[in-house]
Design a protein around this ligand. Sequence first.
Ligand code: NDP
Ligand code: MG
Length: 386
Amino acid sequence: METKIPRRVVVLGATGSIGRSAAAELSEHAAEFQVVALAARNNLDELARQSAIFHPDTVITTDPALEKELAAKLPAGICAASGEEAMVDAAIRDDVDIVLCAVIGTAGIRPVLEALKRGKRVALASKEVLALAGELVMAEAKRHPGCLVPIDSEHSGVFQVLAGRRPDEIAKVWLTASGGAFRDWDPAKLPEATFADALRHPTWKMGDKITVDSASLMNKALELIEAHFLFDLPSDKLDVVINAQSVVHALAELTDGSFIAQLSVPDMKLAIRYALTWPERLPGAVGKTTLPALGKLEFREVDHIHFPAIALARRAIELSGTMPAVLNAADEVAVARFREGEIKFTDIWQLVGDVMEKIPVEPQRSLEQILDCDRRAREAARAWHR
Ligand code: NDP
Ligand code: MG
């Protein structure tokens, strides 16, 4: 990427947990970055608040019915736009250097693909982009090396520990998991766990869906899939270990027995800043700490018997093609049904596994085909019963 300053940034999913952390980083480093467009779905007040800070030229709601209301809330001189296509238009603008994608769901895929095609830096938080379209996205990313930089903390960690290493040095890449809200629960009580229980994450503050996924380890399942695509690693070179403090984010186990780890305080702003500035590093308000303040490092094994998410991810990676998309779609519906009280927490894994059995795998051909498969997996997940 060119190092012209300020770098011109588009933020997709600006109003979410990652989007707001990105806003904090971008305003702290205002001399380095210029925000030229913001997008979200329906949180118009947060879009208006950030617009007053950044004065982008375009602000997008993906809901066309809200465009007028958005326009009325924006400071003078800022254009309102609407629809998912408007996010693609913003992502491919000639003057844009970086597209930060933190949209939840599938709406981030096209803007990311189109931005990568044009060689723009994509700072990627949205897990759905790689879970659904990993093969298509990585085909574009390989044509433009250095464009795709992960924000997910474990992948930011892997990105850093693998830097400069040859593939034949790597025995395994370890992603860490906090263990989520139920890591210290009696497994016999898991069927009674409520949505509110699942939201009590011990270390990270995140959006609701990913917090429930942390409790079920489906978040780690999606991350295994992301890591498989991002770093071109087979399932047997990827593993998961619990680091309850969420201080160690990733480790590379080298063939001689050494481990290289990436550590930091658990705050997404660090990974966001690195994805925006890589290969440079910028100091900031978040991130400074001393080793004693990080506390002791404890690792423990994942309980794969009571939390069978990783096995589902391995199966999706091995079957590949459209199967990671099926896993992702089934999980999204499962979490929504758990929220509504329609299924138990422990049904999440069963539902996902059953939908993966039901929907036949196909090789990835096009985004339309993958989205069609996503739709069929969602239907099957909505129809699922114990
Ligand atoms: P949130 O639910 O907090 O925010 C989601 C964002 O996406 C909001 O800005 C929302 O807008 C926007 N959005 C939702 N649907 C659409 C749509 N159809 N079109 C455009 N924008 C849409 O999620 P998070 O910030 O927690 O997560 C975002 C992504 O980053 C997810 O893929 C997640 O897995 C990933 N991630 C998150 C981490 C975290 O710490 N939170 C860590 C690593 C990855 P609105 O507010 O208007 O609805
Ligand atoms: Mg993560």
